[in-house]
Design a protein around this ligand. Structure first.
Ligand code: NAD
Length: 362
């Protein structure tokens, strides 16, 4: 298969971690007979320095002309003084808007080799943690009317929470389609005992369920879900939820799995073209030192193969290689346990090389 990938190295550790992910993609191409063409895109602080704009229009066009986008991270203290609309992070918001990605998908997976990094009790972690949160990204309370007025001499603030049937339906479909690619279990999370928007959410999810008879749909109230994620996360496979609930639950979920350097994410819309990135930022404190963990970005590349390019075997091969390297005890500094017996500290490039060494055609 031939695929064009827009590559945004960005700022800080971005270039270091993306380079390792591209080496992994090159090896996948060689093993499975694919051809990946990379288009370099400047976004963030480096684009401000070069073009005076965190995402020049031509760069967005390049992303829109690609089959998918792989991003490292953007931002850093160098650009903190830049005025609001020209800040590096604005480039990312404009990219998401331009690509019309309304679904953010974040896996919460514990690697058994890193189980001690989880704040949960071993008996909970031992049951396994491997689920994915599909979060609506462009609607709900974050995008409603925000207003602060004065009434009877005191300030009153209002934030509007709106969802249309169509907004719910399109994110619901991503939830069902994602569940189909995993264990066919979908949990819809809402607050239908209180909120009208949640009652509509639940109704639309159940209408959709009729189109996906092979997927088992369950409902859960968001407060219960927050408890269940720490009590028994092994019960979940795919969770679909609205913007604010997803924001909160996905941070909770990433915390229980250990390190920020290990977690990838994808953002998708109506097409198969997605935006794939690690969940962490540009880590300016460790940039250029060859100590960053490239695994989150490498796993983001694997997600791109699985969800945008329909290459599940290739994605499995990358995840198996990561697992093998962790089993060999190789760790970047962020995932090195305090008792280092049996573990070897490696840098960013060495971690990439070890993953390549373990990459086998499945
Ligand atoms: P951060 O995620 O960059 O770093 C937080 C901590 O985690 C730091 O100690 C860092 O060294 C560590 N860390 C992060 N990624 C790591 C990795 N792969 N390997 C090892 N350690 C890692 O968050 P921050 O410091 O709050 O933000 C730094 C910059 O990144 C800011 O300018 C922020 O706006 C930007 N940011 C960008 C994105 C994005 O591009 N999607 C996301 C979040 C933050």
């Amino acid at each position: 298969m031939q695929k064009t990938i827009a590559v945004i190295r960005g700022d800080g550790i971005g270039p270091e971690i993306v380079d390792q992910a591209l080496l992994v993609l090159d090896r996948i191409a060689a093993l499975y007979g694919h051809e990946f063409t990379y288009l370099d895109v400047d976004m963030g602080g480096c684009a401000i320095d070069k073009w005076g704009d965190p995402l020049p229009p031509a760069m967005l066009e390049t992303c829109l002309a690609s089959h998918s986008v792989l991003l490292g991270a953007v931002g850093g203290p160098k650009w903190n003084h830049v005025p609001g609309p020209m800040r590096p992070e604005k480039g990312l918001l404009r990219l998401r808007a331009g690509m019309e990605v309304y679904s953010n998908n974040r896996p919460a997976k514990i690697w058994p080799q890193l189980a001690c990094a989880s704040p949960l009790k071993p008996e909970i972690v031992d049951k396994g943690i491997d689920f994915l949160i599909v979060r609506e990204l462009t609607g709900g309370i974050y995008f409603g009317r925000h207003e602060t007025v004065t009434e009877n001499g005191q300030q009153v603030a209002l934030d509007e929470l709106r969802y249309s049937e169509e907004e719910i339906r399109r994110i619901g479909r991503i939830g069902f389609e994602t569940a189909r690619k995993r264990s066919r279990k979908l949990c819809s999370v809402e607050k239908s005992n209180v909120l009208d928007s949640s009652r509509l959410w639940k109704k639309v999810m159940h209408q959709l369920a009729e189109e996906y008879p092979d997927v088992t749909l369950t409902d859960m109230l968001v407060d219960n879900c927050a408890m269940q994620i720490v009590k028994d996360p092994s019960q979940f496979d795919v969770i679909v939820t609205e913007n604010m609930f997803g924001d909160i639950l996905s941070d909770e979920a990433s915390m229980i799995t250990g390190s920020i350097g290990m977690i990838p994410s994808s953002s998708l819309g109506d097409t198969t073209r997605g935006l794939y990135e690690p969940i962490h930022g540009s880590a300016p404190d460790i940039a250029g030192k060859d100590v960053a963990n490239p695994i989150g970005t490498i796993l983001a590349a694997a997600m791109m193969l699985r969800y945008s390019f329909d290459m599940p075997r290739e994605a499995d091969a990358i995840e198996s290689a990561v697992s093998a390297v962790l089993s060999q005890g190789c760790r970047t500094a962020d995932i090195l346990p305090p008792q280092t017996a049996g573990c070897t500290l490696v840098g960013c490039r060495e971690m990439g090389r070890l993953i390549l060494d373990n990459l086998k055609k499945g």
